[in-house]
Design a binder for this molecule. Sequence first.
Ligand code: G3P
Length: 218
Amino acid sequence: MKFFIDTANLEQIKEMQDLGIIDGVTTNPTLLSKEGAEPIEQLKKICEIVDGPVSAEVIGLKTEEMVKEARELAKIAPNIVIKIPMTKEGIKAVKILESEGIKTNVTLVFSQNQILIAAKVGASYISPFIGRLMDNGQDEIDMLWESMQIINAYDFKSEIIVASIRNARHVIEAAKMGAHIATIPFAVLEKMFVHPNTEKGLKAFLDDWEKLKNQLKS
Ligand code: G3P
């Protein structure tokens, strides 16, 4: 399973890259706006840190606008992937861009039917937003389960990026279902490292080691 980090923050990306646990990055207009930097420059810096796919989202709503923007964004670096919203106009753009060798990530996906459509037109990646489904009181785990069944039942090339992850349990659920990728916020990645028994156990080992050294001295 691949881990992407869902942020445009350079320090967070560097920290997880140094730990060797991330395979790519996803951004969106909200995440870039949080950083307050010029977005193209920020994306360039991200691509210098990470070799894997880096998703950058288009703003236009019409197919022609999306395609034009995507071609410009794709010039930033070879690992740029274009995030396209799950709309009719977006789906037309996906088809054009994929035929030109520009990889796409269909975003704002909330249903199994949307997954099926995005896979049919050959999107490289599809991002179901499971946290926002959960926020709405919908069963995000069931949606993901059925989506993976659909993707695995056919020879679709699309990889599922489980997105809008709210907690460490979401990552486990995604892994259990064999989702290709989880894009995980920094705070959740940090939580995944921690268990109280690890800290407690380490302290006990070191205390006992000290005790032994003192016994041997006396
Ligand atoms: O990758 C998509 C993600 O950024 C959306 O997450 O937390 O805004 O629902 P969220």
